[in-house]
Design a protein around this ligand. Structure first.
Ligand SMILES: [Zn+2]
Length: 213
């Protein structure tokens, strides 16, 4: 995300896995995971807290190019331009496994390892299938599953402001709703067969060998 200062400078930030921003009174003591604080003109302090410190900040003087990589991000998952034709045009010549393509932030921004498994399960496509072997029907199912699954999990993961602040942004609640991620060896929720596991581009992939082709 990008924060703009009144004077024209800006700050680009990426919270990564465990970073969160909390608005606190300046007088409240920082926690042991507070790494950065921004004093606001109303006397409050916007604090960056991060247990694992994977988050990154880039200060951008007015008019300077953003080095964060944010501008190279691909299409937003809820953009109506994310269609079967778009995915086919971008990937149909690639021999990369489809899961690897989904994890490439230059194609679609915001799909991580967990949701790539969930999207491919919903679309009935094996994670190791090469993009150039996907047919029109499969691109259509993929284009539908991306926003559908992400909207579903965004809703299931919704926290109130109080819950977010209380847990320091660390609370997750998607686990009970996941269909395949982290469930290798468990029964497939669709056919009852056993979910399988493989590694693709250094990441784990869980899928159903019966339901995904
Ligand atoms: Zn199955």
């Amino acid at each position: 995300m990008r924060l703009a200062f009144a004077g024209g400078d800006a700050l680009t930030l990426h919270l990564r896995m465990t970073g969160c921003l909390l608005l606190e009174e300046e007088s409240s003591p920082p926690s042991k995971h507070t790494h950065l604080g921004f004093l606001l003109s109303d006397g409050k302090e916007l604090r960056y807290e991060d247990v694992r410190r994977f988050g990154k900040f880039w200060f951008l003087p007015e008019g300077e190019k953003d080095p964060s990589g944010m501008e190279r991000l691909g299409i937003e998952p809820f953009d109506p331009a994310l269609t079967a034709a778009f995915l086919a045009q971008k990937t149909a010549k690639s021999k990369k496994p489809v899961k690897e393509a989904l994890l490439d932030q230059r194609l679609v921004a915001g799909i991580g390892n967990i949701y790539s498994d969930e999207i491919l399960f919903a679309a009935g496509i094996r994670p190791d299938k090469a993009c150039n072997l996907l047919g029109e029907e499969e691109f259509s199912r993929l284009a539908a599953a991306i926003p559908e699954r992400l909207a579903y999990f965004t809703e299931k993961n919704a926290l109130t402001f109080e819950e977010y602040a209380k847990s320091g942004g660390k609370e997750y609640r998607n686990t009970p709703y996941l269909q395949v991620y982290g469930k290798s060896g468990a029964p497939c929720p669709r056919c009852g067969g056993t979910l399988a596991h493989m590694r693709i581009a250094g990441r784990s992939a869980v899928f159903c060998p019966h339901c995904q082709h």
